[in-house]
Design a protein around this ligand. Structure first.
Ligand code: PMT
Length: 400
């Protein structure tokens, strides 16, 4: 049994969905897992410590000190766990987790833990849609946590929408999937090189030519490859994206030439290379030493071609499985196919700016994966889900 002997730290927050956790804990224990439950102070109004400790066969903690004055050591609890699950995760606890507001035992344990963290949010639909919740979920993903998205249905408020905590069976199966060594070791021993973000090509000391790439797609790919056991080398242009994932070796560059140099410092060791960066095709021939003054009515800047990093990767390919991206605005399939062949790629991920919610900056993307012999279309999804589709596809190609 996959969960046999696994240590699961279940952190319960104050939301109505907390009543479902009893079933989940029972299921974990039946499957051979050891469960230690922690409650936020608000969760005590929703669940009974007696029920949970009976099901988990362990005392349940909600405060830093127990009634007899002993310290409930959050560091020990955090280091004991093989995985931590926060369910239901309220908007409040989510915000405290990602911003480090450490005012209860659950957050102190979370901040002390080194194990993978699963988050099953639950809240009313407007809270779930709120930009701050969305941003906090994105931050949690950037930290490398596994989000089990809320489901759509009738909510405690009587409203209908997305916000219901995923069903206990879904949560259990996500955690089982993680422990299933064929997934978490799928890319074990492989090195994945990923380019991300835009490049900035200097015009003068204050101006540059750039583009709208946020780096989100590339960072999501890096997190997903790491979750599958790969060593990840991420080379990113200027991006506000961050990662605290220690398995991702990150190199930050500015221009296409710098990206080229970094890529080819690491390319030989890569088994898989994914070029999601939006690299500037041209750069100013000369970079003015001083800020250009607006003396004339017009200004001409001569541009010269940048090196094509992906094309060079294709030329220097030895063992690498090479995946490129194509960002198109017209004749999408034809253009993507032409790039696939011209750059000697094994596959190309097409995203079109004509599709709403696809491409730059958005949290979502809509892709079509092309190989020399097939075309696979995917629906609009969150970029972390898109990253899963891309890596599933790559795994199916290299592991067949
Ligand atoms: O960063 P996000 O905001 O999340 O947005 C993601 C994205 C839209 C940037 C991403 O999904 C994407 O489409 N990246 C590729 C964008 C692009 O530059 O496409 P292209 O069709 O111009 O380039 C084709 C391929 O060649 C790309 O893999 C690109 O990385 C590569 N290239 C291009 C030019 C160059 N000089 N060197 C390259 O390596």
């Amino acid at each position: 049994m996959i969960l046999e002997g696994k240590k699961i730290l279940v952190c319960i927050c104050g939301g109505i969905a907390a009543y479902k956790i009893n079933h989940l804990i029972r299921d974990f224990v039946k499957k051979g897992a050891e469960v230690q439950a922690l409650l936020t102070p608000a969760a005590e109004d929703f669940v009974s410590k007696l029920t949970i400790s009976t099901l988990s066969k362990k005392p349940v903690y909600s405060q830093f000190y127990s009634e007899n004055g002993t310290w409930n050591n959050h560091v020990e609890l955090a280091l004991w766990a093989d995985v931590m699950l926060v369910a239901p995760c309220t908007a409040n606890t989510l915000a405290k987790m990602v911003h480090g507001i450490c005012d209860n035992l659950v957050i102190a344990s979370y901040l002390s833990t080194k194990c993978p963290v699963f988050i099953a949010p639950a809240m009313d639909l407007d809270m779930y849609q709120h930009p701050s919740t969305k941003q906090n979920l994105e931050l949690a993903e950037d930290y490398g946590h596994f989000i089990i998205p809320a489901e759509t249905g009738e909510l405690a408020s009587g409203l209908i929408g997305q916000g219901r905590m995923a069903e206990p069976e879904t949560i259990a199966s996500e955690i089982e999937k993680f422990f299933n060594s064929s997934f978490s070791h799928q890319l074990h021993g492989k090195t994945v090189l990923i380019t991300a973000g835009p490049t900035y090509e200097a015009i003068d000391p204050v101006r540059f030519i750039g583009n709208h790439s946020s780096g989100k797609m590339g960072f999501s790919l890096a997190e997903e490859a790491s979750k599958r056991g790969a060593k990840v080398i991420l080379i990113t242009g200027p991006s506000a994206q961050i990662t605290s994932n220690k398995n991702i070796e990150i190199h930050r560059v500015t221009s296409a030439k710098e990206m080229f140099d970094q890529v080819f410092k690491h390319y030989d060791q890569a088994d898989i290379a994914i070029a999601s960066a939006a690299v500037a095709d041209y750069a100013p021939k000369e970079v003015a030493r001083e800020k250009i003054k607006k003396n004339d009515d017009s200004l001409t800047i001569e541009l010269v071609k940048n090196p094509d990093i992906l094309k060079t990767m294709g030329e220097r390919k030895t063992k690498q499985f090479l995946a490129g991206f194509a960002l198109e605005t017209e004749n999408e399939l034809e253009n993507a196919k032409a790039k696939l062949i011209r750059k000697n790629l094994d596959m190309i991920v097409l995203n079109s700016l004509k599709d709403e919610g696809a491409g730059f900056k958005t949290a979502t993307n809509k892709i079509t994966i092309l190989t020399p012999s097939e075309i696979n279309e995917f629906p609009l999804k969150n970029k972390s889900e898109v990253a899963k589709d891309i890596l599933d596809f790559i795994a199916s190609q290299i592991l067949k």
